[in-house]
Design a protein. Sequence first.
Length: 192
Amino acid sequence: MRLKVLLIDEDPDRAVAVRDALADAGHEVVSSHASPVDLYDRVKVHAPDLIIIDTESPSRDVLEHITFISRDQPRPIVMFSADRERDTIKSAVRAGVTAYIVDGLSEARIQPILQVAVERFDAEQSLRQALADAKSELSERKVVERAKGILMKQRQMDEEEAFRALRKFAMDQGLRLAEAAERVVQMSSLMG
C-alpha cells in the first residue's frame, strides 16, 4: 500500500528523518511543512491519502485544523507527539486524529502504524455511513407512516389501503415511496 502523505513537522531535522522513513517504507511525501498554517487548504491542493503531524504537543490551532479537515475532507491523520497528557490525547482523538503515537517515530514502526491508521479510519467511515443510512431509513419510515396516517384519516382507509394508495401514487409519479409520502405530507399541510 503506497500512500501519498502530507507531513507537518515543526522540527526540520526530524522532518528529514520522517520523510526518509516514509520513503523507505514506500510512501510518497506530497507536501512537507513546518507549520500547520493553511493545513486545510494544503489538504485540498495535495489530496493526500494520509496526514502525519509530528509535534511536541498539538496546539489548539492544530486541533482546530484537524477538526475542519475531519469534517470536510476526512482522511486518516497520524499524530506523533511527546505529549502524554490524557487530556491532550483525548482532545486530539476528538478532533479527528486516527492514531496518536507517543515516543516518536522509528522506521520499523512506520508501516504498521500507518496501516492500522488507514484500517481504523476505513472502519470508522463505514460506521459513520451505516449510521447515516440508518438515520435516513428511519426518517423515510417516519414520513411514510405519517403519510399513511393522513390518508387513513382523510380518505377513511385502513392501513393496508393507505399503503397501496401511497405506493400507487409513487409509481404513477415515478417517485420513491418516501418522496411520494413527503408530497402527501406537504399537500396535507397546505390544505389545512
